[in-house]
Every structure is written in C-alpha cells, then in structure tokens.
Ligand binder design. Structure first.
Ligand code: ISE
Length: 333
C-alpha cells in the first residue's frame, strides 16, 4: 500500500519532511502541498513529481486523494489544522508544539477522543533517535539499577533574533521535557528555573537552567543555551544506582589538524537528528498502513506544553512550581 500524503507548511521543516518522504521513506507519496506563500508550495510540489499545490489548508485536508497530513505550518495553526484532520478522519503528523495554548491542546484531545481513535502524532522526533531509544531500554535493567538523575544539555550554535528567553523554554526545552518523560515513563511534579547570564551574542535571550522532579523523585537537569556558537550539541546522561548511560552520537570521522584531535560538531538539529526524522516518518507511514499509531500522542504534546507553561511560571516567579498535569485520560494510556 502507498499512503498518499499532503503537506501543510513548506518552510524549513516542511521542505525537509518532503525531501525525506521522497528519498528515504518506503510506502508513501507526497500528493499535495499548501503554504501561505504559494510559490513555496509550488516549488515543493514540483520536486515531488505529480503533487498538486492547493489554495488552502482546508481544501488539502478535504481532498479525497489525501490520506494523511503533515502539519509543519506556524505553531498557532497547529490545533485548528489537527482538529480539521481528526474531523476528516485523516492521520496527521503535527510538528511540535501541539498547540500554542493549553486550552487548544485540550481541544485537540477532546476532538480525538470524540473520534474514538488516535489520529494525531506530535513531531517529537527524538523518540525515534537510536541513542535515546537505547537509553530508554536501560530503564528497569537490573545492572544499572534505578535512575536517580537525568542530565540534559541542549545547545544551538545560533538562534534567530525572534527567539526570546521565554521561547528558549517553550520552543527548545520542550524537546527535553518530552524526551525525559519518554525515557523515564513518568510525569513531572515540579520545576525550578534559573536564567543564565546574557551573552554578548544575545543580550536579551538568556540561557536557561531547568531542574525538574518527576513524580517518583527522579531529578532531571536541563541546560538550554541557544547561542553556543560552536555547533548544535545535545547531550544526555542517565545516572542510575549502579552506573550511567550517556548518548554517544556516532561521528563517522575523526580529524586531527591544527594541533587538535577531534571530530566535527553538527550545525543544526536536522543533521544531528537525521536518523530520528527518517525513522519517525517511516514508522508513521507504517502505522497508518497498519491502522495503528506510534510516537508522541496528543496527550504527550499536552504534557510537554503543561511542563513548559509551569517552567515559564517558575522562571517569572523564581520559585519551585508545581507541574499540574492532572490525570491521563484512559484513552491515552
Ligand atoms: C527547533 O525549533 C527545534 O525543534 C530543534 O529540534 C531544537 O533543538 C531547537 O532548539 C529549536 O529551536
């Protein structure tokens, strides 16, 4: 079976999804594109050989030729378009965040529960990264013992000027919130945030240090520094009772030059998580063909956003703040 996919949003991430779908994913074909900038939608459609550029996102979702939708449009459109896909009975892979408010996240979950089946996957691609998956596999193994700490580092070389200190938490740290929940299989109970010093490269955007406690008391620390200059660098170390497990990105080439010994650092997340993006799309397509669902659910999208909202509150107040996640509906268990 070939799943016929429509793409909404042909910016950096949408264009990349189209490329991966075309070159690296079996069992899928891009048949439709939409972007507020028509020329971008047409350019992506031309490369996809036979895909049509649509005049509106709604028309793309309603088109009988489109079986599944990738939503890579601006954050504030995610909830509305996810709900439109649910109402049309079409699976959608929605870039993070699920919605730009907690009420909108709840509206997506309500629509999905009403539809009675999981149709929304949130694009938390790290869940498909081989390193994080291996780390998750260590939880519960007797040799390492029970987890005590998870230390995470999230550094971007540079961030666009519109990224504020708030977005450091809501847009970047949100990946760490999701992946920590995924690895530990627990919700968070509290969050504390300390702002780092502004750097000379970004006077107003401050690096953030986040400390979270999970419901069972595991401590997760996160450094988010989006002006690190030297490259894109994501690290994680799981500290357990008897030992540790750390991400070890496989770099195929080591270089020695100019008196230094080492290897190149990736420049952004599309390189660092190339495997994760490919496997995410491949597994999404395979699940659609099987009538199942994989990856982060709308509940996971909501939980990451609840944590981000609590982190923003903690940053503003300077005190430890409760992460009020509430009960997970049975539908999402
Ligand atoms: C970006 O939006 C992403 O989603 C990347 O995965 C993340 O690492 C980066 O910090 C964000 O700005």
């Amino acid at each position: 079976m070939t799943v016929r996919v429509g793409l909404i949003g042909c910016g950096v991430m949408g264009t990349d999804h189209a490329r991966i779908l075309r070159r690296e994913v079996a069992g899928a074909r891009l048949v439709a594109t939409y972007d507020a900038d028509k020329s971008r939608a047409e350019a992506v459609a031309r490369r996809a050989d036979g895909a049509r550029a649509f005049a509106s996102a709604r028309a793309l979702i309603a088109d009988p030729d489109v079986q599944a939708v990738i939503i890579a449009s601006p954050d504030e459109t995610h909830a509305e378009l996810s709900i439109a896909c649910i109402e049309a009975g079409k699976p959608a892979l929605c870039e993070k965040p699920l919605a730009s408010s907690l009420d909108d996240c709840r509206a997506v979950m309500a629509a999905e529960m009403k539809a009675g089946r999981r149709l929304i996957q949130v694009g938390f691609m790290r869940r498909f990264d081989p390193g994080y998956r291996a780390m998750k596999g260590k939880i519960g193994e007797a040799e390492l013992g029970r987890p005590i700490f998870l230390h995470c580092v999230h550094r971007n070389a540079i961030a666009p000027s519109y990224i504020t200190s708030d977005l450091v938490l809501a847009n970047s740290a949100v990946h760490e919130f999701d992946i920590s929940r995924f690895i530990l299989d627990e919700e968070f109970a509290s969050v504390t945030v300390i702002s780092g010093k502004p750097t000379r490269n970004a006077e107003t955007r401050r690096p953030q240090f986040v400390a979270l406690e999970s419901q069972s008391g595991i401590v997760v620390t996160i450094e988010v520094f989006l002006d690190a200059q030297y490259g894109y660098d994501v690290q994680a170390e799981l500290v357990c009772e008897n030992g540790t497990a750390s991400l070890a990105p496989l770099r195929p080439l080591a270089e020695r030059r100019a008196g230094r010994d080492g290897s190149a650092v990736e420049s952004d997340w599309r390189q660092r998580f190339a495997d994760a993006y490919r496997v995410q799309l491949q597994e999404w397509i395979a699940a659609i063909a099987d009538g199942g669902a994989v990856g982060a659910s709308a509940w996971d999208g909501y939980a990451a956003s609840v944590t981000a909202a609590a982190a923003l509150e903690a940053r503003a107040s300077g005190v430890k703040t409760k992460v009020a996640i509430g009960e997970r509906p049975g539908f999402y268990v």
